[in-house]
Design a protein. Structure first.
Length: 80
């Protein structure tokens, strides 16, 4: 009743598989095309980000210099 039913096989399976070509199958490499507009956008973005980073660095240095000068001025006033 619950026994499996196997399909009838007209020929027995071979004792060993035939040896085929052993070189691995090569997949086709997808072609990537980069347009001039994309390259220009990346370059412009890099220039803008570099300029913003330089502006932040200059601002940080100037704020640090102002803080040192103010601290020095307040220390001199406090001593008097």
């Amino acid at each position: 009743m619950f026994l499996p039913k196997y399909p009838a096989s007209p020929t027995p399976p071979p004792a060993h598989a035939p040896v085929a070509d052993q070189t691995p199958a090569r997949r086709p490499v997808p072609q990537i095309s980069v347009s001039t507009g994309a390259v220009a956008a990346v370059l412009v973005g890099g220039v803008v980000l570099t300029a913003l980073l330089a502006a932040v660095a200059v601002t940080a240095v100037s704020v640090a210099v102002v803080a040192v000068v103010l601290r020095s001025l307040f220390r001199d006033q406090h001593r008097r």
